[in-house]
Design a protein around this ligand. Sequence first.
Ligand code: HEC
Ligand code: HEC
Ligand code: HEC
Ligand code: HEC
Ligand code: HEC
Length: 284
Amino acid sequence: MAQIFDRSSNALARMSLVLTGLIVIALGVTLDQLQRSPWVTRQGQRADQPVPFSHKHHVQGLGLQCQYCHTTVEKSSYAGIPPTKTCMNCHAQIWTNARLLEPVRQSWATGKSINWTRVHDLPDFAYFNHEIHVNKGMGCSTCHGRVDQMPLMYAQNTLQMEWCLDCHRNPGKNIRPTSQIYNMAWEKPSSDRPVWCSVKDGAANLPTAQSVDCTTKDPSESGPQVALLQTSAEKGMAGDVASAVPVPASYQKFESQDQLGKFLVHQYKIRTVRDLTSCEVCHR
Ligand code: HEC
Ligand code: HEC
Ligand code: HEC
Ligand code: HEC
Ligand code: HEC
């Protein structure tokens, strides 16, 4: 039979197959990159706001606590955006003529709330809840970054599924004492900066978040109860007298996030990785 295709077309066919393959892969990689790029996730971008509200000024400068404005962050799924009234607590008196604040005064006069542009906004099919994260030792700065240093708000993280899962697979690497969740400058413990924790009496009956006491100051140097015990021991009154002295809380010292993480994950009764990564947790 006569050859319809000569030899070179064979090579050509193979070539175009390879080329098509390459193009498909390249397209896939590009789309994937695009899907994760800040352009899509809006990570790091400053949104246009009706008022250029500065967290840096109000938090770092004036020392306002997050809860002053985000009142429901510990007890609801939403942290909440403050009503105009919260701003007017101060701005009825200060900066009353500033042009920047005109939309705030407008809103106050008309009763129409300020139209803030959302910076973090998960799709509806993903469930998130502030209350549980905050009460299980996840600090604001872990997810939102150094808000106290932001003249304008932006998203520090992508909020994509992969980001959520990265923590859900190992919450121990990010957990901190619940007393420190608002601390923007919190750093993981190290041998230079240890953390001491003790389990409170009757911990089993307390809400998890209150079951543990942690401090970054050596409790054997500052705790009055520990000091008391030392004095009685020095005076040689250990035995029966010591038992009349209140039992000092026994503090454990942690010099790495690894150690502290294991301890707090246990004390705060964090669920297993299997539970935390199952689809139903976030897609209900
Ligand atoms: C004086 C009130 C006030 C205080 C105090 C305050 N915030 Fe805010 N926060 C706002 C306002 C108003 C917005 C909306 C405008 C914006 O995004 O900048 C906002 C927005 C945010 C957002 C983004 C919301 C979104 O649209 O996704 C985060 C995250 C946030 N604040 C975290 C914090 C943290 C963490 C603290 C404490 C360190 C804090 N805020 C303290 C008033 C405040
Ligand atoms: C506890 C008092 C207080 C509250 C509450 C407060 N502010 Fe302010 N704000 C100030 C002070 C004081 C300044 C002047 C800061 C400076 O110049 O150092 C200021 C400045 C500003 C400015 C000028 C730009 C800047 O950041 O310096 C804007 C805009 C502003 N505030 C918006 C708001 C909005 C919006 C709210 C409500 C979400 C709010 N403020 C709540 C005290 C407050
Ligand atoms: C585990 C990560 C995580 C922690 C910890 C966290 N946030 Fe958020 N925050 C988010 C996510 C995710 C969203 C977007 C939620 C959505 O779109 O439904 C968000 C949204 C917000 C918003 C916008 C309004 C709202 O309620 O959706 C504010 C304000 C806010 N966070 C403040 C805080 C403050 C203050 C803290 C610390 C007390 C904090 N967050 C701790 C992840 C976190
Ligand atoms: C920095 C760590 C961290 C990040 C980031 C994080 N989580 Fe979590 N998440 C936790 C911890 C810890 C718990 C509590 C586990 C427990 O109590 O067993 C939790 C619990 C949850 C729960 C369970 C709530 C309930 O009531 O059962 C949901 C839902 C959830 N996270 C959704 C998300 C979503 C969605 C994201 C990403 C947008 C996210 N989380 C990011 C650490 C994190
Ligand atoms: C810790 C919370 C969490 C868990 C667990 C989780 N997801 Fe998601 N998922 C999210 C969030 C948040 C988004 C939205 C991400 C975004 O905005 O791009 C998402 C998005 C998705 C999407 C949309 C496509 C995409 O990637 O954006 C699919 C499909 C999905 N998840 C499937 C699953 C399946 C299947 C599981 C179980 C194996 C699962 N998810 C477990 C948080 C979670």
